[in-house]
Design a protein around this ligand. Structure first.
Ligand SMILES: Cc1cc2nc3c(=O)[nH]c(=O)nc-3n(C[C@H](O)[C@H](O)[C@H](O)COP(=O)(O)OP(=O)(O)OC[C@H]3O[C@@H](n4cnc5c(N)ncnc54)[C@H](O)[C@@H]3O)c2cc1C
Length: 407
């Protein structure tokens, strides 16, 4: 049978979209070039994601949250400051307390392997998903009446709509002639877990250092945190392979001693950081979603949250169109998705770039301005509450899934 939707890429976003569509009765084929079991291997990906309250509601609506809940750390506090290695935070700092909004914690930290395991288990259990993995799409064509993708094996898959979830280099978007805005941040993120003596109390820390942002994200149990340390690429590469003592000696002046003595609690991973923003989110019989539409700076941990917002919006648009008997790959239907998501994606991507540009330098004048700005925000409760609601993903026109409601 010809599936309604063919999803290229079974990463976090492709998997979440497949589950959302199939649960609403829309058959999908999901093509992923890697074997799915490699995603949950211990050394596959060291990231831990800050998932907003709205993302958690969506994961709950898709029945994914119960298998993550025990391994998710609520974020009770976020502290943002400007600083220098070894000197700690400057005089301006903002403290966002989850108690300032009535809905509960503004987000949760969940490790990549936990999210992937939940997605892969649910993919296998959900009727209506034809999983092709490992299988690579090498070409695709679209006509006014349909689309087809060619696999490396030579097999051709026909569909009404292709959704490209194939990551920030999206070969599918490139074949469709969609240009990208690119910017190299000149930073790489070192990611690893760190064990510490004192309890983190559910607090996440974002320190802006001259070489780039440095985040400490609390992990379950109280005595482990995940760090995301943006550094100059050459230093990041050296630190990944440095002996543990040398690595910790470089880390301590940035991490500080407020959590007591620290040690490494896992492998180090390095991710080069760049902006890769598609100029449009749709083309004939094609929609882009997740990093394929917007690969952004991880500052503030928004990437996967944005992808879930795309999935929630696209699933709602397609399911409603199908219920009305519309062709789900028609230009009118795709235009609704583009109109819903383009503004949020572009403004978030550019805001992350602007923040990185403003903070990642050692200019004394800018430093003074930043500290004055942070100190001013700290004294404005209404503005702080607005930022917390933004971080929780509660602003804007929310699709049903992000409110925790089924499609
Ligand atoms: C250091 C760092 C920290 C981050 N922290 C956070 C955070 O705290 N919170 C947050 O929300 N986000 C965070 N992000 C962002 C988040 O990791 C990404 O937005 C997300 O992983 C993107 O998922 P995706 O499925 O869109 O793309 P990808 O993960 O790139 O998946 C694309 C998939 O497509 C497959 N594929 C590619 N080509 C083909 C083909 N031709 N045929 C078949 N399959 C194909 C690939 O194998 C891959 O599995 C962070 C990112 C970084 C770098």
């Amino acid at each position: 049978m010809k599936p309604d939707v063919l999803i290229i890429g079974g990463g976090l976003n492709g998997a979440a979209l497949a589950i959302a569509l199939a649960r609403a009765g829309m058959p999908v084929t999901l093509v992923e070039s890697r074997p799915l079991d490699t995603f949950t291997a211990e050394d596959f990906d060291g990231r831990a994601y800050a998932l907003s309250l709205a993302s958690k509601r969506m994961l709950a609506a898709l029945e994914l949250w119960p298998s993550m809940a025990d391994e998710a750390q609520p974020i009770l506090d976020i502290r943002v400051a400007d600083g220098r290695p070894g000197e700690g935070a400057g005089f301006g700092a903002v403290h966002f307390d989850h108690a300032e909004i009535e809905e509960g914690p503004m987000g949760w930290i969940v490790e990549d392997r936990v999210v992937r395991r939940a997605l892969i288990d649910r993919l296998g259990e959900t009727p209506g998903i034809d999983i092709r993995a490992p299988a690579r799409v090498v070409d695709h064509q679209t006509t006014a009446s349909g689309a087809e993708a060619t696999l490396e094996s030579g097999e051709t898959l026909r569909t009404g709509l292709i959704v490209a979830c194939d990551g920030r280099e999206s070969p599918t978007a490139r074949r469709a002639g969609i240009h990208r805005i690119r910017h190299d941040y000149g930073q790489s993120a070192i990611v690893c877990a760190v064990a510490h003596e004192r309890d983190h109390g559910g607090a996440a820390h974002q320190l802006f250092l001259p070489a780039g942002p440095f985040a400490i994200l609390p992990l379950p149990g109280g005595h482990r945190s995940s760090i995301v340390w943006a550094e100059r690429p050459a230093l990041a590469a050296r630190l990944r392979n440095a002996a543990e003592d040398e690595f910790l000696a470089a880390l301590r002046p940035r991490f500080g001693d407020f959590l007591g003595p620290i040690r490494l609690a896992g492998k180090r991973f390095v991710y080069p950081l760049s902006l890769s923003l598609a100029e449009r989110m749709t083309a004939p019989r094609l929609a882009l979603l997740g990093d394929a539409a917007h690969g952004i700076h991880p500052l503030a941990g928004q990437g996967f949250n944005l992808g879930l917002r795309d999935s929630a919006a696209l699933a709602e648009v397609l399911v409603e169109a199908a219920r009305r008997g519309e062709d789900v790959g028609s230009p009118l239907v795709l235009a609704r998705y583009g109109a819903w998501r383009s503004f949020d994606n572009t403004t978030t991507a550019l805001a992350m770039s602007a923040l990185d540009g403003l903070f990642s330098n050692d200019n004394p004048l800018l430093r003074l301005g930043r500290n004055l700005g942070l100190a001013a925000v700290e004294r404005l409760p209404a503005l702080k509450r607005r930022f917390i609601r933004e971080a929780a993903g509660l602003t804007g026109a929310l699709p049903r899934l992000l409110e925790g409601r089924p499609l």
